[in-house]
Design a protein. Structure first.
Length: 165
């Protein structure tokens, strides 16, 4: 229990700093594109044709994870991930093992978040032949990144609205 409390203050500071950066991004878009203050922040980035910082963060994680999954990243990054192995034949066998975190520190770690993000990407994105084609496909299908969240339990990013049994 004490270990979790030790990280609460730094995590709260990080969240506040990210909010501050997002506000700066919105102000910059308003200034550059002459967008009025009456326009909602959610619409400012759309009008500027910019992606949110959250989207850019997930995109970068996806690119690094692609390299690590296919062992094209530095060894230190490759060693952060373990491929999920199953005795059953799955349609999507390109998954990473997600370890259940016992602390907030691990829940917010790069390897945990990257595994969640990677496992929730569609198969047609994960099986691209090279990083360039992966990046292009990710850009063309950028809405998948916006749907993935790191809140809640592992594997809860399923699209329950459009889910077909």
């Amino acid at each position: 229990m004490l270990a979790n409390h030790a990280y609460e203050a730094p995590l709260a500071n990080i969240k506040m700093e990210l909010q501050s950066l997002e506000q700066t991004q919105h102000r910059a878009a308003r200034f550059i594109f002459n967008i009025k203050e009456t326009v909602l922040d959610t619409e400012v980035l759309k009008m500027a044709n910019w992606k949110s910082l959250d989207h850019l963060y997930k995109k970068r994680i996806a690119n690094i994870t692609y390299q690590a999954f296919y062992k094209k990243a530095p060894d230190g990054i490759n060693s952060l991930f373990t491929r999920h192995s199953s005795l059953r034949n799955h349609r999507d066998n390109l998954k990473l093992l997600i370890q259940r975190p016992n602390t907030d520190f691990l829940r917010y770690s790069f390897s945990h978040r990257a595994s969640i993000l990677w496992n929730n990407l569609p198969l047609h994105l994960k099986n691209k032949l090279n990083l360039g084609s992966f990046k292009f496909a990710l850009k063309e299908n950028s809405d998948f990144l916006d749907k993935i969240t790191f809140n809640g339990l592992s594997g809860t990013n399923k699209d329950t609205v459009n889910y077909v049994h």
